[in-house]
Design a protein around this ligand. Structure first.
Ligand SMILES: [Zn+2]
Length: 389
């Protein structure tokens, strides 16, 4: 069914096209041609304007033969993590590696190649299917930027599959949400040796706050971190300003909120504690908090249609498909946040974001087969749909 040679060549072609985040023009041009050849109507949204990138998100539509079947969405991303550079994919004993000092870019080009191969098979075998939508986002690797700026009005699908997680034989139904925190503390500068009583240390305030903060692993589904501190001017000056950057993550939206509130409360309590009278005036360090939701958590239930479809397809093929908890945010968090039920399927990619990244052709072939079977079963699950020709 799946043509491994064709799949290998597709992956090698994709990997050799440079595609750093926001510089996806070349790969997008290639993908348009490829998808149009497979019978898709292809368009780009306006994300380029909002993001300053070379091109927007790609949306491809396949009408399908089963016109009244529910549309299904497949999502992958076209950018690859930096440091990029010219990738030279090499195939050794059925496994792709990068020859040079770059990542391979199997994240997410393995997913792209698998999807293209599945579409090839559908056409070649004339497998009747419902409407399919393919979204290939830009700039996933720099904070899900493409998915965040995607024009969701272009999509009809309510359900879908993202091809973008490591390993093989896995699906991810749950992933945490995250909040980013930037706290700016403003104290009063003064000479540290001559007039320390006229100063109010921003660094001391930050230290008090962080010392009392619950950080690290908070519980089985919540984590928190202070990742960067920047401030002060010189050894002998009471520091006026410090910037503290951190994050909180949780699979549970309430816990995410609670942890974020706790972190902010620690800074406010520390400021109050540092408050003092300087030259007959009460002075309190000012705390400015910039808290933003980086991505919402996602949680697709076990009995959801996408999960059942994936399980049933894997079973028909004799493939193992187990559930794993996601650790970070991906485009699927954003799609789920927009009301599209989307689970993530592993693509076979390994050691992503390193120069040792690799992917086996056999694993990619297995995923392409799984996709074909998912699409075939989704079509035949609608008994009143008969191919119209
Ligand atoms: Zn990825």
């Amino acid at each position: 069914m799946v043509n491994r040679h064709r799949l290998s060549e597709e992956f090698a072609r994709l990997a050799a096209i440079n595609s750093p985040p926001l510089h996806e023009h070349a790969i997008a041009r290639y993908l348009v041609g490829r998808l149009e050849n497979l019978g898709a109507e292809v368009l780009f949204d306006n994300a380029a304007e909002a993001t300053g990138g070379e091109i927007g998100n790609l949306v491809a539509r396949f009408a399908g033969q089963l016109k009244s079947a529910e549309p299904l969405l497949f999502s992958v991303h076209m950018d690859t993590v930096e440091p990029g550079g010219q990738v030279q994919p090499v195939l050794r004993d059925g496994v792709f590696y990068s020859a040079g000092d770059t990542v391979l870019g199997a994240d997410d080009k393995a997913g792209v190649a698998e999807l293209i191969e599945a579409l090839e098979v559908l056409r070649e075998q004339q497998i009747p299917h419902g409407p399919l939508e393919v979204v290939i986002t830009i700039a996933e690797e720099i904070g899900l930027v493409g998915a965040k700026h995607l024009d969701y009005s272009l999509l009809k699908s309510k359900r879908g599959f993202a091809l973008d997680t490591e390993g093989s034989g896995w699906m991810v139904l749950q992933a945490p949400g995250a909040n980013h925190l930037q706290i700016d503390i403003e104290g009063v500068a003064s000479h540290a040796g001559m007039t320390p009583e006229l100063g109010l240390s921003a660094i001391h305030t930050a230290a008090l706050a962080i010392g009392r903060m619950r950080l690290g692993r908070i519980d089985h589904e919540t984590t928190a971190n202070i990742g960067r501190i920047e401030g002060g001017v010189a050894r002998n000056i009471v520091p006026q300003h410090v910037t503290v950057v951190g994050e909180a993550r949780s699979h549970d939206a309430d816990k995410l909120q609670e942890q974020t509130t706790h972190m902010l409360a620690c800074f406010e309590a520390a400021a109050k504690e540092m408050s003092r009278v300087i030259e007959d005036q009460r002075v309190t360090p000012r705390v400015d908090a910039d808290i933003r939701s980086d991505f919402p958590s996602m949680s697709v239930p076990e009995d959801a249609m996408t999960v059942q479809l994936a399980r049933s397809a894997a079973q028909s093929l004799g493939q193992e498909l187990k559930v794993r908890l996601g650790g970070g945010g991906s485009d699927a968090n954003i799609f789920n946040g927009h009301g599209i039920e989307m689970i993530i399927l592993a693509t076979g990619m390994q050691k992503v974001h390193t120069h040792d990244e690799y992917v086996a052709v056999a694993d990619m072939a297995g995923v392409a087969e799984l996709l074909v079977e998912i699409i075939r079963q989704a079509g035949s699950a609608n008994p009143d749909n008969l191919p119209a020709d």
